[in-house]
Design a protein around this ligand. Structure first.
Ligand code: SAM
Length: 202
């Protein structure tokens, strides 16, 4: 029931690294058609209606609050239960980021996901440069919105900028990894940068 096969990449990453937990607030950049948001909504337990009151005294809650998933994409996204979607929005624009910040309403996010990619031109170096800019924009925004110990998963088409992106991430996260999920094998240049345990915030 996932909207596309990309779902399995995030499921695999989340299985291995336990990025998204019940009660988390997750931002999904480049969300269309919506399968990562579906996975995230499920992982925070939003869909099961595990609201705070219903979970009182339970040992399974990781956070003492309700989670939420906020998605953003240039494209239209069909509604997903438990997901607040900014369709038709360019993530890199300040206006879009303000809208997300307003929605967070002074809360920090636990996880920022980005599966964003520009439409490929076929010129590898050019496409790499453009997706690297998206990654940088995701990292910059993450440093504003992430809670202590928060995580980032960011798609990159591999190339020369990888080193610098990892350097930026090493200043933000206790653990930084480059991963290639099995579900991503057919996409040759695609890798995911994983930043775990954000530590900049005091
Ligand atoms: N993770 C999604 C899923 O599982 O359904 C698939 C995402 S798809 C590979 C990449 C998406 O990034 C496209 O829908 C594209 O519109 C979006 N995108 C690219 N640049 C963007 C930008 N500047 N702002 C918002 N979305 C962007």
């Amino acid at each position: 029931h996932f909207r596309c096969r990309s779902a399995f990449k995030l499921l695999e990453i989340n299985d291995r690294f336990k990025i998204i937990r019940p009660g988390d607030t997750v931002i999904d950049c480049g969300a269309a058609p919506g399968s990562w948001s579906q996975v995230a909504a499920r992982a925070i337990n939003k869909k099961d209606g595990n609201k705070k009151d219903g979970m009182k005294g339970s040992q399974t809650r990781q956070n003492d609050r309700d989670g939420m998933v906020i998605g953003v994409d240039l494209q239209e996204v069909e509604p997903i239960e438990g997901v607040l979607m900014f369709s038709g929005h360019d993530f890199t624009l300040p206006d879009t980021q303000h809208k997300i910040l307003n929605t967070l309403d002074n809360m920090y996010a636990n996880v920022v996901l980005s599966d964003m990619a520009p439409s490929a031109s076929g010129n590898k170096a050019f496409d790499h440069e453009r997706i690297s800019k998206l990654c940088l924009s995701v990292l910059k925004f993450s440093s504003q919105v992430l809670a202590n110990d928060g995580h980032v998963v960011c798609k990159l088409w591999d190339g020369s900028e990888r080193k610098d992106l990892l350097k930026v991430m090493e200043r933000m996260f206790r653990t930084v990894k480059v991963i290639k999920p099995d579900a991503s094998r057919s996409d040759s240049a695609e890798i995911f940068l994983l930043g775990m345990e954000f530590y900049l915030r005091k």
